[in-house]
Design a protein around this ligand. Structure first.
Ligand SMILES: *Cc1c(COP(=O)(O)O)cnc(C)c1O
Length: 398
């Protein structure tokens, strides 16, 4: 088992004067001592030498190194958002004329990027049911460069069979790119065969809902190609994270293992109760989840099955009444995003998945009556359950 929590616990970065927190390098540019050194630093990446913060900043490097330890990769590069990480990682591999085979259940922004934006650059995507390996294989052509999926998909919580997808990638000599935003600590995609792992740091990893950020984790060769001054996507498209923000995200990363444990514990408790109440519940920790057994074989022990639970409340009207009512009853916030200390809930068809077209929604079973929860760190989850049951009774769901 890969123990990311131990690696992060042992991560060492002293402050400039021996402080217990690393110093923040609040500089956009760096000094050189000789012209020769300047030319050398611009032509090759030299460990410990910095030229300009859009290329690399020491504080961003601390956060990147800690995230490489989280995912078990050689290197990582933080970016200003999760979408920046996704687009820069794809553009680091694909050129005009290339194809992507992607899961059809994706974060709405990623779906829109692949469906509407990348075709403008001549990069096209075939959307498939990622759990259907035959269909994945059939859609690969000699132009395909990447198989793309989310470990646990948004919002239908479908698990990708990463070891089997790895085999397909090896067969065709292509890359497996995985968005692990829903399952940091819980699943280590690299250990299951991924080549590149992406996160939106905005969610669980930062966990404070005060920042937007992303990361690309992969081999040193791949990550430094993204920083190349002549051709790298993170260098030339400029999705740079601010160093002050990198410092604050690094501090929050230290409690990720405790938070993931508590999010998952609360979600498991509630998902079981929802199911007992006869509500259609999707949660990979439940035996009723089609990939429950597979997920068990993927898990790093001790962090549960994640804090995300998706339910179907039967009608659009019930969903519209429930969302504000749950907020009024202090269950949490009616807001998109995930990984906050409070529970967050939203209707994906009208928000985070509104970019997905209606036919595709029908194909993946996502309707207007679907509500997605990100369970918080509630100490007293039974009290939360009582409040939920009160709301469900008020709207006639139970
Ligand atoms: C939020 C999210 C993203 C996009 O990340 P941003 O930080 O908002 O740019 C990508 N993938 C998943 C699964 C997400 O939940």
């Amino acid at each position: 088992m890969y123990n990311a929590a131990n690696h992060i616990q042992d991560f060492l970065a002293f402050g400039e004067f021996g402080g217990v927190n690393p110093s923040i390098e609040d500089s956009s540019t760096f000094t050189f001592l000789t012209s020769e050194k300047m030319a050398e630093i611009f032509s090759t990446e030299i460990e410990g030498c910095y030229l300009y913060s859009r290329h690399l900043n020491p504080t961003n490097k601390y956060l990147s190194d800690a995230l490489a330890l989280l995912e078990g990769t050689e290197d990582a590069q933080v970016t200003g958002s999760g979408m920046a990480a996704i687009s820069c990682a794809i553009l680091g591999i694909c050129s005009c004329g290339d194809e992507i085979v992607s899961s059809h259940t994706l974060y709405g922004g990623t779906y829109a990027l692949m469906k509407n934006f990348l075709p403008k650059l001549g990069i096209t995507t075939k959307f498939v049911d990622i759990t259907n390996l035959e269909s994945v294989r059939k859609n690969i052509t000699e132009k395909t460069k990447i198989i793309y999926c989310e470990t646990l998909s948004n919002p239908m919580l479908e698990l990708a069979d990463l070891p089997e997808l790895r085999k397909i990638c090896d067969e065709f000599g292509i890359k497996l790119m995985v968005d692990n935003t829903f399952t940091p600590m819980i699943i280590s995609p690299i250990k299951l065969g991924a080549d590149v792992v992406i996160h939106s740091l905005t969610k669980y990893i930062n966990g404070a809902s005060d920042a937007v950020g992303g990361v690309i984790c992969g081999t040193h060769e791949f990550i430094s190609s993204l920083r190349d001054v002549n051709s790298g996507s993170t260098m030339l498209l400029g999705p740079t994270m601010d160093s002050i923000r990198a410092s604050s995200i690094l501090k929050n990363l230290r409690t990720l293992h405790i938070r993931m444990h508590q999010h998952s514990k609360n979600a498991m408790f509630i998902a079981e109760k929802f199911e007992e109440m006869g509500i259609k519940t999707i949660y990979p920790g439940l035996k009723s989840h089609p990939q429950h057994e597979m997920m068990k074989t993927f898990l790093n022990d001790g962090f549960g099955f994640s804090g995300m639970v998706t339910i179907d409340v039967k009608t659009d009207e019930i969903a519209n009444k429930l969302l504000p009512m749950m907020q009024e009853n202090l269950i949490g916030y009616f807001a998109v995003s995930l990984g906050f200390y409070k529970t967050l809930f939203s209707a994906p068809t009208k928000s985070t998945s509104s970019e997905v077209d209606r036919d595709m929604m029908a194909e993946i079973g996502m309707s207007d009556s679907v509500i997605r929860f990100s369970f918080g760190l509630d100490n007293d989850i039974e009290r939360t359950l009582e409040r939920l049951m009160y709301c469900f009774k008020e709207v006639g769901l139970i």
